[in-house]
Design a binder for this molecule. Sequence first.
Ligand SMILES: *[C@@H]1O[C@H](CO)[C@@H](O)[C@H](O)[C@H]1NC(C)=O
Ligand SMILES: *[C@@H]1O[C@H](CO)[C@@H](O)[C@H](O)[C@H]1NC(C)=O
Ligand SMILES: *[C@@H]1O[C@H](CO)[C@@H](O)[C@H](O)[C@H]1NC(C)=O
Length: 804
Amino acid sequence: MEVHHNRQGWSFFFYLCMCGAICESFHYSVPEERKSGSLVANVLKDLKVDVKELSARGARLVSKSTKQYFQLDPHSGNVLLKDKIDRESLCGQKDPCVLLSEILLENPLEVHRIEVEIEDVNDNSPQFSKKEFLFEIPEQVPTNTRFPLETAQDSDKGENAVQNHTLSPNDHFRLDVQSHRDGTNYAELVLQKQLDREENAQLFLILSAVDGGNPKRTGTANIVIHVLDANDNFPQFDDSVYKVKLKENAPRGTLVNKVEATDRDFGSNAAVTYSFSQVSENVLKAFSLNKHTGELTVAGTVDYEEERNYAINIKATDGGGLSAYCKVIVEVEDSNDNAPEVTLTSITSPLPEDSPPDTVVALFSVTDQDSGDNGRTACTTETNLPFMLKASENDYYQLVTQQALDRERALEYNITLTATDWGSPRLTSTRIINVQISDVNDNAPVFEKSLYDMHLNENNIPGLLMGLVQAKDLDTAQNSKVTYSLLPGKVIDQPVSSYVSINSETGNLYAIRSVDYEQVKDFQVIVRAVDSGSPPLSSEVMVRVLIIDENDNAPFILYPLQNGTSPSNDLVPRGAEAGYLVTKVVAVDRDSGQNSWLSYELLKATEPGLFSVGVQNGEVKTLRSINKRDTFKQKLIIGVRDNGHPPQSTSATLSILLVDGFSDPYMKMVDIPKEEIMEKEDRTLTMYLVICLAVISCIFLVSLLVFVAVKVQKRSKKESSALNFPVGPNFPENCGDADAGSLSRAYNYEVCLAGGSLNSEFRFLRPFFPVFSVEPPHNKVESMISSASQEIPSHAVEGQLMNQ
Ligand SMILES: *[C@@H]1O[C@H](CO)[C@@H](O)[C@H](O)[C@H]1NC(C)=O
Ligand SMILES: *[C@@H]1O[C@H](CO)[C@@H](O)[C@H](O)[C@H]1NC(C)=O
Ligand SMILES: *[C@@H]1O[C@H](CO)[C@@H](O)[C@H](O)[C@H]1NC(C)=O
């Protein structure tokens, strides 16, 4: 307090002048914030009064301000604090802070000024205007950038005011406090180290202010720094290369891979979009990429056989335009989606049928586009065909024949080649190859029959078609083209070609001349059929031509002779009874079969009822006994007709003389003169006949004798066993005994041989006399006559002999 006294001396003086002569001021000081009743100072000494005087004089303290801060204790002279005083609210920043009061003393009045200086006490802390300061600082701000800060305020003064600012320890900022010229301080945040939002998006710092009081007081404020994002980070893929496997033929939409790039930036700077980067057309066709999610999906067809690997570059771009790349390597896995394929390299078709076994028919390869087992193939073919497979190198196969072929059995083969792979499931493909078998001339023509019979009517017109022969050849084309020809041969000393010709193309056989059955009854021709192959093959067949008879010959009357010069007369005794055999008309027909069946009928007679003719045998018999009225000379006309269609007929004229006996006078009645012309010729014939008759009779007699002698001998040997054996020739019953007396024995024998059926026997036997068919007609007739002459009734011959 003494210190104050000197320093403020002259202001005290000034105060004294104001108060006049009495003014004397005392200076005291007291710290703020003292309790009420605290002692400020004792004024007794300064007033130079004692306590008694003081109270006696009625000392009073009067405040110059409105409020009384002090009070005076008159019993002690102490000035006491009436109330607690806050310097800051009383004076603010005014310095010094002085409160003026006056002490009044009466008797005499004295006025003493009292100055009480309120001393500062560090009762206030430094204070910031806000609890928190917010900064938004882009991360890319360069270092040493300064950000001004507010400084703290402290109501206290002097040492008790703010002395220092400090910042909580951190990596990025330091605090720089500087003074203005006027002495005021200012603080700045200085960026020491680049900010990184991705590391620290927010920084929390504490700014502290310290005053110089004792004890020191501090005030703090929070500094919040938001680091604003800058696009300073590239997107980053998890992997730079992704390797994925993908089944081929994966359906559309199959997720292949998901690529993901992260960007440490914020907001749009971190928004990544994906896109293909420099990829081939194939990739674009096969895949699609989701721009936002990075999902790579199948968009087209993925075919192992087309592309086994895809390298796909994918770009990720953030909103700020920074990009990163990655590569997706898609390895396509094979699946068995390709069937084996059969590729035909060569084929031999048509294949000659005589190809030896092991001939290569076809060469082909089997390929499968798949790989591994899916591409391994095997090939088979049907086992029931005469072909087999031979495997060669490099999936090549040969189809070879394994046995002989025959075009006539199988014209062509459809060979199924079946190729199978080893994948799962197995795939199979088939290929049918058609192999034609070409013809080789290995079949001869074959006739439909082994023997052809053809019939030809005699007297045919020349050039008549008789029939045809046909040969089939199993071969084809030229090898089956058959031509026909006749082999040389003879038909009755004439070349066969003069009888028959053949159409070489059609096999039609023609008769080229008119044929007479009576000359040729049948003949044979050999036809050869030749095909046009090389070398040609041929075969032969026999054609038998049978000539069919026609009724082209009229019956020819052998007896009686009809050439009219001297119709022979048959003599009939008047005494002959009914049924007397007068004569027999003998006729022949050169035709055969029906055409030669002859029938006889009586056409005309002098005495109609007297004679009859056997329809079959031509025997002329009397119907009744002859009476006196019947004329001596009877004439019969007998018709002979064959059985052909139309029938041919001829007639014979018979002269019969009715006689009483075979005596000259009757014989002379016969009209001879005409016969004499022919007499010489007749004579020779007759002489032959007589000789023949004599010889036959002699032979007969001799043989009869021999026969009898042998029989007699035999009977003598075995008498008991053969007693009833007949002695003479045993004539059949139908032999007419009645006429035996008037006819010679020879005649009787002849008739018995004929047995009434001479005509029919003659007829049937005749075709077996080959001499008839061979001899020319006039010779034939003569021979017939000579042979027939033996059958002529002997009495007729005798009649002739008698004529001579
Ligand atoms: C302020 O405080 C710091 C650290 O607390 C100290 O290094 C510095 O010297 C002080 N400044 C003054 C003026 O007291
Ligand atoms: C072969 O195939 C063809 C055509 O399909 C057919 O016309 C022919 O009849 C077949 N041949 C055989 C022998 O199966
Ligand atoms: C009658 O014909 C036969 C046979 O043809 C013949 O032998 C005979 O001489 C002929 N007689 C007369 C007289 O012509």
